[in-house]
Design a binder for this molecule. Structure first.
Ligand code: C5P
Length: 392
Protein backbone atom coordinates (compact mmCIF):
# COMPACT_ATOMS: atom_id res chain seq x y z
CA UNK A 1 0.00 0.00 0.00
CA UNK A 2 1.85 3.08 -1.11
CA UNK A 3 1.18 6.62 0.04
CA UNK A 4 4.72 7.67 -0.91
CA UNK A 5 5.19 11.44 -0.98
CA UNK A 6 1.55 12.09 -0.11
CA UNK A 7 1.14 14.98 2.28
CA UNK A 8 -1.60 14.12 4.75
CA UNK A 9 -3.01 16.26 7.53
CA UNK A 10 -4.37 13.93 10.20
CA UNK A 11 -7.05 15.70 12.23
CA UNK A 12 -7.89 14.08 15.56
CA UNK A 13 -11.11 15.04 17.33
CA UNK A 14 -12.45 14.19 20.78
CA UNK A 15 -13.65 10.63 21.17
CA UNK A 16 -12.37 7.45 22.78
CA UNK A 17 -11.23 6.23 19.33
CA UNK A 18 -8.60 9.02 19.45
CA UNK A 19 -6.19 6.46 20.92
CA UNK A 20 -6.47 4.47 17.67
CA UNK A 21 -5.40 7.57 15.72
CA UNK A 22 -1.89 6.98 17.11
CA UNK A 23 -1.75 3.61 15.32
CA UNK A 24 -3.27 5.24 12.24
CA UNK A 25 -0.53 7.88 12.29
CA UNK A 26 2.13 5.15 12.50
CA UNK A 27 0.60 3.19 9.59
CA UNK A 28 0.32 6.32 7.42
CA UNK A 29 4.01 7.02 7.95
CA UNK A 30 4.87 3.37 7.30
CA UNK A 31 2.99 3.64 3.98
CA UNK A 32 5.26 6.52 3.00
CA UNK A 33 3.02 9.51 3.80
CA UNK A 34 4.29 12.81 5.16
CA UNK A 35 1.96 13.31 8.14
CA UNK A 36 1.15 16.49 10.04
CA UNK A 37 -1.18 16.05 13.03
CA UNK A 38 -3.75 18.61 14.14
CA UNK A 39 -5.69 17.98 17.37
CA UNK A 40 -8.81 19.62 18.73
CA UNK A 41 -9.01 20.60 22.39
CA UNK A 42 -11.36 17.67 23.08
CA UNK A 43 -8.96 15.19 21.43
CA UNK A 44 -6.29 16.23 23.93
CA UNK A 45 -8.57 15.07 26.75
CA UNK A 46 -8.15 11.54 25.39
CA UNK A 47 -4.53 11.42 24.18
CA UNK A 48 -1.57 13.77 24.47
CA UNK A 49 0.02 15.68 21.55
CA UNK A 50 3.43 14.28 22.54
CA UNK A 51 2.38 10.82 21.33
CA UNK A 52 1.67 12.17 17.85
CA UNK A 53 4.77 14.35 17.89
CA UNK A 54 6.90 11.28 18.58
CA UNK A 55 5.16 9.23 15.89
CA UNK A 56 5.10 11.89 13.17
CA UNK A 57 8.43 13.51 14.04
CA UNK A 58 6.80 16.93 13.75
CA UNK A 59 5.25 19.36 16.23
CA UNK A 60 1.52 18.82 16.63
CA UNK A 61 -0.73 21.79 15.92
CA UNK A 62 -3.43 22.35 18.50
CA UNK A 63 -4.48 25.97 18.36
CA UNK A 64 -5.58 28.46 15.75
CA UNK A 65 -3.86 31.15 17.80
CA UNK A 66 -0.45 29.36 17.92
CA UNK A 67 -0.69 28.92 14.20
CA UNK A 68 -1.21 32.66 13.87
CA UNK A 69 2.24 33.29 15.35
CA UNK A 70 3.92 32.81 11.92
CA UNK A 71 2.44 34.95 9.21
CA UNK A 72 -1.01 34.20 10.58
CA UNK A 73 -1.88 32.14 7.53
CA UNK A 74 -0.76 28.71 8.73
CA UNK A 75 -4.25 27.24 8.15
CA UNK A 76 -4.18 28.36 4.53
CA UNK A 77 -0.61 27.12 3.86
CA UNK A 78 -1.12 23.75 5.52
CA UNK A 79 -4.25 22.83 3.62
CA UNK A 80 -2.90 24.22 0.31
CA UNK A 81 0.16 21.99 0.46
CA UNK A 82 -1.71 18.84 1.54
CA UNK A 83 -2.98 16.07 -0.74
CA UNK A 84 -5.52 14.95 1.84
CA UNK A 85 -7.11 16.11 5.06
CA UNK A 86 -8.13 13.04 7.04
CA UNK A 87 -10.18 13.49 10.20
CA UNK A 88 -10.05 10.29 12.28
CA UNK A 89 -11.81 9.88 14.55
CA UNK A 90 -14.44 12.41 13.49
CA UNK A 91 -16.85 12.99 16.40
CA UNK A 92 -20.57 13.72 15.92
CA UNK A 93 -19.88 17.27 17.05
CA UNK A 94 -17.10 17.74 14.52
CA UNK A 95 -19.28 16.39 11.68
CA UNK A 96 -21.98 18.88 12.70
CA UNK A 97 -19.44 21.70 12.60
CA UNK A 98 -18.18 20.61 9.17
CA UNK A 99 -21.69 20.35 7.76
CA UNK A 100 -22.37 23.94 8.83
CA UNK A 101 -19.03 25.35 7.70
CA UNK A 102 -18.07 26.50 11.18
CA UNK A 103 -14.45 27.47 11.74
CA UNK A 104 -13.87 28.18 15.41
CA UNK A 105 -10.70 26.12 15.94
CA UNK A 106 -7.65 25.18 13.86
CA UNK A 107 -8.95 21.87 12.49
CA UNK A 108 -12.37 23.19 11.44
CA UNK A 109 -10.70 26.26 9.92
CA UNK A 110 -8.31 24.02 7.96
CA UNK A 111 -11.27 22.01 6.68
CA UNK A 112 -13.05 25.14 5.49
CA UNK A 113 -9.91 26.66 3.94
CA UNK A 114 -8.78 23.44 2.25
CA UNK A 115 -7.95 23.03 -1.41
CA UNK A 116 -7.52 19.26 -1.09
CA UNK A 117 -9.69 16.20 -0.56
CA UNK A 118 -11.33 15.75 2.83
CA UNK A 119 -12.11 12.31 4.26
CA UNK A 120 -13.69 11.63 7.64
CA UNK A 121 -13.76 8.43 9.69
CA UNK A 122 -16.70 8.88 12.07
CA UNK A 123 -16.64 7.34 15.53
CA UNK A 124 -19.50 7.67 17.97
CA UNK A 125 -22.13 5.81 19.95
CA UNK A 126 -24.67 4.02 17.74
CA UNK A 127 -27.57 6.21 18.90
CA UNK A 128 -25.59 9.34 18.03
CA UNK A 129 -24.77 7.83 14.62
CA UNK A 130 -28.42 7.09 13.83
CA UNK A 131 -29.78 10.36 15.32
CA UNK A 132 -31.66 12.54 12.84
CA UNK A 133 -29.29 15.54 13.12
CA UNK A 134 -26.26 13.29 12.38
CA UNK A 135 -28.10 11.80 9.35
CA UNK A 136 -28.81 15.32 8.05
CA UNK A 137 -25.20 16.40 8.59
CA UNK A 138 -23.87 13.34 6.74
CA UNK A 139 -26.17 13.97 3.79
CA UNK A 140 -24.84 17.51 3.61
CA UNK A 141 -21.23 16.33 3.84
CA UNK A 142 -21.79 13.89 0.99
CA UNK A 143 -23.28 16.68 -1.13
CA UNK A 144 -20.19 18.75 -0.27
CA UNK A 145 -17.93 15.98 -1.62
CA UNK A 146 -16.53 14.82 1.71
CA UNK A 147 -15.48 11.14 1.60
CA UNK A 148 -16.87 8.95 4.33
CA UNK A 149 -14.70 6.12 5.69
CA UNK A 150 -16.90 3.85 7.77
CA UNK A 151 -18.04 3.65 10.45
CA UNK A 152 -17.87 -0.08 11.18
CA UNK A 153 -20.33 -2.08 13.25
CA UNK A 154 -19.39 -3.88 16.43
CA UNK A 155 -18.74 -3.51 20.12
CA UNK A 156 -18.53 0.07 21.36
CA UNK A 157 -16.62 1.65 24.24
CA UNK A 158 -19.96 2.44 25.94
CA UNK A 159 -20.75 -1.30 26.08
CA UNK A 160 -23.39 -1.18 23.34
CA UNK A 161 -23.10 -2.93 19.99
CA UNK A 162 -23.92 -1.36 16.63
CA UNK A 163 -22.80 0.99 13.88
CA UNK A 164 -20.49 3.78 14.94
CA UNK A 165 -17.06 2.27 15.65
CA UNK A 166 -14.19 3.94 13.85
CA UNK A 167 -12.89 1.82 10.95
CA UNK A 168 -9.73 -0.04 11.93
CA UNK A 169 -6.60 2.04 11.15
CA UNK A 170 -5.37 -0.54 8.60
CA UNK A 171 -8.70 -0.34 6.74
CA UNK A 172 -8.54 3.46 6.69
CA UNK A 173 -5.01 3.36 5.26
CA UNK A 174 -6.07 0.78 2.65
CA UNK A 175 -8.86 3.10 1.45
CA UNK A 176 -6.61 6.12 0.88
CA UNK A 177 -4.74 5.32 -2.40
CA UNK A 178 -8.13 4.87 -4.07
CA UNK A 179 -9.37 8.19 -2.67
CA UNK A 180 -6.24 9.88 -3.95
CA UNK A 181 -6.75 8.43 -7.43
CA UNK A 182 -3.58 6.37 -7.13
CA UNK A 183 -4.97 2.81 -7.33
CA UNK A 184 -4.70 0.39 -10.27
CA UNK A 185 -8.41 0.87 -11.10
CA UNK A 186 -8.24 4.69 -11.14
CA UNK A 187 -10.51 6.05 -13.86
CA UNK A 188 -12.46 2.76 -14.20
CA UNK A 189 -16.18 2.42 -13.55
CA UNK A 190 -16.96 -0.78 -11.66
CA UNK A 191 -20.56 -1.93 -11.26
CA UNK A 192 -21.26 -4.54 -8.57
CA UNK A 193 -24.38 -6.40 -7.48
CA UNK A 194 -24.61 -7.76 -3.94
CA UNK A 195 -26.93 -9.38 -1.43
CA UNK A 196 -30.08 -11.40 -1.94
CA UNK A 197 -33.15 -10.35 -3.89
CA UNK A 198 -36.65 -10.33 -2.42
CA UNK A 199 -39.47 -11.52 -4.66
CA UNK A 200 -42.86 -10.49 -3.34
CA UNK A 201 -45.62 -13.06 -2.82
CA UNK A 202 -48.02 -10.50 -1.35
CA UNK A 203 -47.50 -7.10 0.35
CA UNK A 204 -45.97 -8.69 3.47
CA UNK A 205 -44.33 -11.93 2.28
CA UNK A 206 -41.71 -12.92 -0.21
CA UNK A 207 -39.10 -15.36 -1.49
CA UNK A 208 -35.50 -14.64 -0.61
CA UNK A 209 -32.27 -16.45 0.28
CA UNK A 210 -29.54 -16.49 2.93
CA UNK A 211 -27.06 -14.20 1.17
CA UNK A 212 -25.79 -11.59 3.66
CA UNK A 213 -24.19 -9.32 1.07
CA UNK A 214 -20.85 -9.46 2.93
CA UNK A 215 -18.87 -10.74 -0.07
CA UNK A 216 -20.33 -8.20 -2.53
CA UNK A 217 -19.78 -5.33 -0.10
CA UNK A 218 -16.18 -6.48 0.45
CA UNK A 219 -15.64 -6.54 -3.33
CA UNK A 220 -17.09 -3.01 -3.57
CA UNK A 221 -14.72 -1.85 -0.83
CA UNK A 222 -11.70 -3.50 -2.48
CA UNK A 223 -12.59 -1.97 -5.88
CA UNK A 224 -12.94 1.49 -4.30
CA UNK A 225 -9.61 1.02 -2.52
CA UNK A 226 -8.09 0.28 -5.92
CA UNK A 227 -9.32 3.68 -7.09
CA UNK A 228 -12.38 2.64 -9.12
CA UNK A 229 -15.59 4.64 -9.29
CA UNK A 230 -17.83 2.04 -7.67
CA UNK A 231 -21.59 1.65 -8.00
CA UNK A 232 -23.04 -1.01 -5.70
CA UNK A 233 -26.52 -2.27 -6.59
CA UNK A 234 -27.67 -4.00 -3.44
CA UNK A 235 -30.56 -6.22 -2.47
CA UNK A 236 -31.82 -5.97 1.14
CA UNK A 237 -28.92 -6.22 3.64
CA UNK A 238 -28.12 -4.60 6.98
CA UNK A 239 -24.55 -3.65 6.04
CA UNK A 240 -22.96 -0.20 5.97
CA UNK A 241 -22.10 1.20 2.53
CA UNK A 242 -18.37 0.68 1.87
CA UNK A 243 -16.22 3.82 1.85
CA UNK A 244 -16.08 5.37 -1.58
CA UNK A 245 -18.95 3.35 -3.11
CA UNK A 246 -22.23 4.76 -4.37
CA UNK A 247 -25.09 2.45 -3.41
CA UNK A 248 -28.45 1.85 -5.06
CA UNK A 249 -30.91 -0.21 -3.01
CA UNK A 250 -33.21 -2.64 -4.81
CA UNK A 251 -35.58 -5.43 -3.82
CA UNK A 252 -36.41 -7.81 -6.66
CA UNK A 253 -34.35 -9.28 -9.50
CA UNK A 254 -36.34 -7.10 -11.92
CA UNK A 255 -35.40 -3.97 -9.90
CA UNK A 256 -31.79 -5.12 -9.84
CA UNK A 257 -31.74 -5.68 -13.61
CA UNK A 258 -33.23 -2.21 -14.22
CA UNK A 259 -30.70 -0.52 -11.92
CA UNK A 260 -27.76 -2.39 -13.50
CA UNK A 261 -28.80 -1.58 -17.08
CA UNK A 262 -29.33 2.08 -16.13
CA UNK A 263 -25.79 2.27 -14.67
CA UNK A 264 -24.10 0.98 -17.86
CA UNK A 265 -21.69 1.59 -19.51
CA UNK A 266 -19.09 0.34 -17.08
CA UNK A 267 -15.58 -1.03 -17.50
CA UNK A 268 -16.17 -3.94 -15.14
CA UNK A 269 -19.32 -5.72 -13.95
CA UNK A 270 -18.99 -8.00 -10.91
CA UNK A 271 -22.18 -9.94 -10.21
CA UNK A 272 -21.93 -11.10 -6.61
CA UNK A 273 -25.66 -10.95 -5.83
CA UNK A 274 -27.57 -14.14 -5.11
CA UNK A 275 -30.36 -13.31 -7.56
CA UNK A 276 -33.52 -15.36 -7.16
CA UNK A 277 -33.90 -17.62 -10.19
CA UNK A 278 -37.70 -17.46 -9.94
CA UNK A 279 -40.35 -14.93 -8.94
CA UNK A 280 -44.03 -15.33 -8.22
CA UNK A 281 -45.83 -14.87 -11.53
CA UNK A 282 -48.45 -12.49 -10.13
CA UNK A 283 -47.92 -11.22 -6.59
CA UNK A 284 -51.18 -10.81 -4.64
CA UNK A 285 -52.26 -7.20 -4.20
CA UNK A 286 -53.62 -7.91 -0.70
CA UNK A 287 -52.31 -10.09 2.11
CA UNK A 288 -53.16 -13.74 1.40
CA UNK A 289 -55.45 -15.15 4.09
CA UNK A 290 -54.54 -18.26 6.04
CA UNK A 291 -56.39 -21.47 5.17
CA UNK A 292 -55.93 -25.16 5.89
CA UNK A 293 -55.81 -25.94 2.15
CA UNK A 294 -52.48 -26.56 0.43
CA UNK A 295 -51.31 -23.55 -1.55
CA UNK A 296 -49.56 -23.48 -4.91
CA UNK A 297 -47.40 -20.57 -6.04
CA UNK A 298 -46.94 -20.21 -9.78
CA UNK A 299 -43.27 -19.24 -10.32
CA UNK A 300 -41.70 -17.87 -13.48
CA UNK A 301 -37.99 -17.58 -14.31
CA UNK A 302 -36.21 -14.30 -13.61
CA UNK A 303 -33.95 -12.75 -16.25
CA UNK A 304 -30.25 -13.63 -15.82
CA UNK A 305 -28.72 -10.18 -15.32
CA UNK A 306 -25.12 -11.31 -15.69
CA UNK A 307 -25.72 -13.32 -18.87
CA UNK A 308 -27.61 -10.38 -20.37
CA UNK A 309 -24.85 -7.86 -19.56
CA UNK A 310 -22.10 -10.24 -20.77
CA UNK A 311 -23.91 -10.60 -24.12
CA UNK A 312 -24.17 -6.83 -24.77
CA UNK A 313 -22.21 -5.49 -27.80
CA UNK A 314 -19.94 -3.29 -25.63
CA UNK A 315 -20.01 -5.54 -22.60
CA UNK A 316 -17.92 -4.63 -19.58
CA UNK A 317 -15.34 -7.14 -18.33
CA UNK A 318 -17.76 -9.49 -16.55
CA UNK A 319 -17.05 -11.45 -13.37
CA UNK A 320 -19.55 -14.00 -12.07
CA UNK A 321 -19.89 -15.74 -8.73
CA UNK A 322 -21.15 -19.27 -8.33
CA UNK A 323 -22.16 -20.76 -5.01
CA UNK A 324 -22.53 -24.53 -5.35
CA UNK A 325 -23.27 -27.20 -2.79
CA UNK A 326 -21.32 -29.95 -4.65
CA UNK A 327 -18.97 -30.59 -7.62
CA UNK A 328 -17.76 -26.99 -7.47
CA UNK A 329 -15.05 -27.07 -10.17
CA UNK A 330 -17.19 -28.86 -12.74
CA UNK A 331 -20.30 -26.70 -12.22
CA UNK A 332 -18.45 -23.40 -11.90
CA UNK A 333 -16.45 -23.88 -15.10
CA UNK A 334 -19.61 -24.99 -16.97
CA UNK A 335 -21.37 -21.82 -15.76
CA UNK A 336 -18.44 -19.62 -16.82
CA UNK A 337 -18.48 -21.05 -20.34
CA UNK A 338 -22.27 -20.91 -20.64
CA UNK A 339 -22.44 -17.24 -19.58
CA UNK A 340 -19.28 -16.48 -21.65
CA UNK A 341 -17.39 -14.93 -18.71
CA UNK A 342 -13.64 -14.27 -18.66
CA UNK A 343 -13.61 -14.79 -14.87
CA UNK A 344 -15.84 -16.65 -12.43
CA UNK A 345 -15.44 -17.00 -8.67
CA UNK A 346 -16.61 -20.29 -7.20
CA UNK A 347 -17.31 -21.19 -3.61
CA UNK A 348 -19.16 -23.81 -1.64
CA UNK A 349 -22.44 -22.25 -0.48
CA UNK A 350 -22.52 -24.07 2.86
CA UNK A 351 -19.01 -22.78 3.72
CA UNK A 352 -19.67 -19.18 2.75
CA UNK A 353 -23.27 -18.01 3.20
CA UNK A 354 -23.55 -15.38 5.93
CA UNK A 355 -19.98 -15.97 7.16
CA UNK A 356 -17.17 -13.43 7.55
CA UNK A 357 -14.65 -15.69 5.82
CA UNK A 358 -14.68 -17.62 2.54
CA UNK A 359 -12.59 -20.08 0.58
CA UNK A 360 -12.67 -19.19 -3.12
CA UNK A 361 -11.55 -20.65 -6.41
CA UNK A 362 -11.08 -18.33 -9.39
CA UNK A 363 -11.80 -19.87 -12.80
CA UNK A 364 -10.49 -18.27 -15.99
CA UNK A 365 -8.98 -19.26 -19.33
CA UNK A 366 -5.70 -20.01 -17.59
CA UNK A 367 -7.29 -22.52 -15.20
CA UNK A 368 -8.06 -22.54 -11.49
CA UNK A 369 -6.59 -20.34 -8.76
CA UNK A 370 -7.28 -21.22 -5.13
CA UNK A 371 -7.68 -18.58 -2.44
CA UNK A 372 -7.49 -20.45 0.89
CA UNK A 373 -9.98 -19.46 3.59
CA UNK A 374 -9.60 -15.88 4.77
CA UNK A 375 -11.66 -12.83 5.71
CA UNK A 376 -13.95 -11.77 2.84
CA UNK A 377 -12.22 -8.40 2.50
CA UNK A 378 -8.85 -10.12 2.09
CA UNK A 379 -10.39 -12.40 -0.57
CA UNK A 380 -12.00 -9.43 -2.29
CA UNK A 381 -8.66 -7.61 -2.46
CA UNK A 382 -7.04 -10.73 -3.98
CA UNK A 383 -9.87 -10.96 -6.52
CA UNK A 384 -9.37 -7.30 -7.48
CA UNK A 385 -5.61 -7.90 -7.94
CA UNK A 386 -6.43 -10.88 -10.21
CA UNK A 387 -8.94 -8.75 -12.13
CA UNK A 388 -6.37 -5.96 -12.59
CA UNK A 389 -3.95 -8.55 -14.11
CA UNK A 390 -6.70 -9.56 -16.55
CA UNK A 391 -7.42 -5.94 -17.52
CA UNK A 392 -3.74 -5.31 -18.13
O1 C5P B 1 -26.50 -19.44 -12.74
P1 C5P B 1 -26.23 -18.93 -11.41
O2 C5P B 1 -27.40 -18.22 -10.78
O3 C5P B 1 -25.62 -19.89 -10.43
O4 C5P B 1 -25.07 -17.84 -11.67
C1 C5P B 1 -24.57 -17.10 -10.64
C2 C5P B 1 -24.04 -15.81 -11.21
O5 C5P B 1 -24.99 -15.18 -12.06
C3 C5P B 1 -23.80 -14.79 -10.09
O6 C5P B 1 -22.72 -13.99 -10.54
C4 C5P B 1 -25.11 -14.02 -10.06
O7 C5P B 1 -24.94 -12.73 -9.52
C5 C5P B 1 -25.50 -13.98 -11.51
N1 C5P B 1 -26.96 -13.99 -11.73
C6 C5P B 1 -27.61 -12.89 -12.29
N2 C5P B 1 -28.96 -12.92 -12.53
C7 C5P B 1 -29.67 -14.02 -12.23
C8 C5P B 1 -29.05 -15.14 -11.66
C9 C5P B 1 -27.69 -15.10 -11.44
O8 C5P B 1 -26.94 -11.88 -12.55
N3 C5P B 1 -30.98 -14.02 -12.46
Amino acid sequence: MSLANKKIILGVTGGIAAYKAAELCRLLIKAGADVRVVMTAAAQQFIGPLTFQALSGKPVLTSLWDAASGDGMEHIHLSREADLLLVAPASADFLAKLAHGRADDLLSTLCLARACKLAVAPAMNREMWSAAPTRRNLEQLQVDGVSLLGPAAGEQACGETGLGRMLEPADIVAALPGLLGAGPLAGKRVLITAGPTFEAIDPVRGLTNLSSGKMGYAVAQAAAEAGAEVCLVSGPTCLATPAGARRIDVQSAADMRRAVLAELPADVFIAVAAVADYRVDVAAAQKIKKSTDAMTLQLVANPDILAEVAALPHAPFCVGFAAETERLAEQAEAKRLKKKLPLLVGNLAQDTLGQDTAELVLFDDRGQHRLPRADKLIQARALIRHLVNHLN
